[in-house]
Design a protein around this ligand. Structure first.
Ligand SMILES: CCNc1nc2cc3[nH]c(NC)nc3cc2c(=O)[nH]1
Length: 375
């Protein structure tokens, strides 16, 4: 599944390759989020040709509720349903149950919840989220876990981590005892928890590493904790994770966070930031980020960055993009979403080049500073 190609000179940054039946993924990689089988405001062809996205994310919670497993199965799975023939990673729904449903209950059996759409009652168990993801046909599926809130007590984090570990064992069993439905192989990633407590993080890394998943995700972070604590926990986790397994840091993050977490040994990222913030006018550039709705761009009759390969940057005056956002024109959302994803993926390309030619370690900190500044 994952082949480590190179570890950088003086950081934990790595180059690797993930192999799936829908194609290879070169890491470090950012995964555009396609919650409801669509990366919002971006066409599949542009994802492939312009952004060169190698893998996208789908959300099990949303797709299970709508369109549901019957339609998904009759359509031949998520790839066929959305006409995307490259890799897809689906999450297991647990996180959305907590962030979307205002009525849910955790038991040993699983997570009971009421749909945020119509209040109907449902339950995710470690076993049925495997079945649901078999029906979705994702190339990489995730186990059901609990993501504890931040902050939380040591006792809560420990209890929650141990429940997650019991669920992961059941989930792995269910995965090994079931087959793909559409002929292509599927992998299953485990998830490390432990809150922000060193001893729990170490224990969880070891326990999940021993369950022999095809890849390992670091959960429980990017949930409101200070950035430095997120970096510290990430650094600690990767010290105890096997080198030959891909590491996926869930829900991260800003461009600066990606650079710092790649330096701490992470291979895969997903975040709604580039697409969600694009819809609010936040545009990422090599020299920092801007908000195009800001009055200062109102009569700025120059393109943002003619050298950058996105239509937003090279083809249109900023006064025009400002105008589109001021008038809530759909074209603005499309241009900004496509641009931000192009920016994220091209940043990953530059990272790969720099890991390959050993210039990553004395570049990333300063670059992260620049990317984090508002222009
Ligand atoms: C596969 C679903 N499980 C699962 N998803 C997550 C998604 C996240 N998204 C963020 N920040 C935006 N933190 C996360 C943690 C988890 C986590 O601990 N677990």
């Amino acid at each position: 599944m994952f082949e480590l190609k190179k570890t950088a000179a003086s950081t934990k940054a790595r180059l690797g390759t993930l192999t799936t039946d829908h194609g290879e993924i070169s890491t470090p990689i950012f995964m555009p989020v396609g919650t409801l089988a669509s990366v919002k405001a971006v066409k599949q062809d542009d994802l492939k040709e312009k952004i060169k996205a190698q893998i996208i994310l789908g959300n099990t919670y949303h797709l299970y509720l709508r369109p549901g497993c019957d339609i998904m199965e009759s359509a031949g799975g998520l790839h066929s349903f959305m006409s995307w023939d490259r890799p897809i990673l689906t999450d297991s729904g647990g996180y959305q149950v907590f962030s979307l449903s205002d009525n849910r209950e955790l038991t040993e059996e699983g997570a009971e919840f009421k749909s945020h759409l119509d209040g109907s009652k449902h339950m995710f168990t470690p076993e049925n989220v495997v079945d649901i993801q078999r029906t979705l046909g994702s190339d990489i599926m995730m186990v059901l876990d609990e993501c504890p809130p931040y902050p939380c007590s040591y006792e809560y984090a420990k209890e929650s981590m141990e429940l997650t570990h019991r669920w992961e064992k059941r989930g792995r069993e269910a995965f090994l005892n079931t087959e793909p439905k559409y002929g292509h192989k599927q992998a299953q990633f485990g998830i490390v928890q432990g809150g922000t407590f060193e001893d729990l993080r170490i224990e969880s890394s070891k326990r999940v590493a021993d369950m022999d998943f095809e890849g390992i995700a670091i959960g429980g972070l990017s949930v409101g904790e200070p950035t430095d604590l997120m970096y510290e926990m990430t650094d600690l986790n990767t010290d105890y994770l096997p080198e030959n397994k891909a590491r996926y840091l869930m829900g991260v993050g800003k461009p600066a966070n990606l650079l710092h977490c790649i330096a701490r040994g992470i291979d895969m990222f997903d975040c709604v930031l580039p697409t969600r913030n694009a819809r609010n006018g936040q545009i990422f550039t090599d020299n920092g980020y801007i908000n195009i709705s800001n009055a200062k761009w109102k009569n700025h009759n120059q393109p943002l960055d003619p050298a950058f390969p996105s239509d937003l940057c090279s083809k249109y005056k900023m006064s025009y993009i400002h105008h589109l956002f001021r008038n809530n024109e759909l074209l603005g959302l499309e241009l900004a979403s496509l641009h931000n994803l192009t920016f994220y993926l091209s940043l990953m390309d530059e990272v790969k080049e720099r890991i390959a030619n050993d210039t990553f370690h004395n570049w990333y900190k300063e670059k992260a500073e620049v990317l984090d500044t508002k222009i």
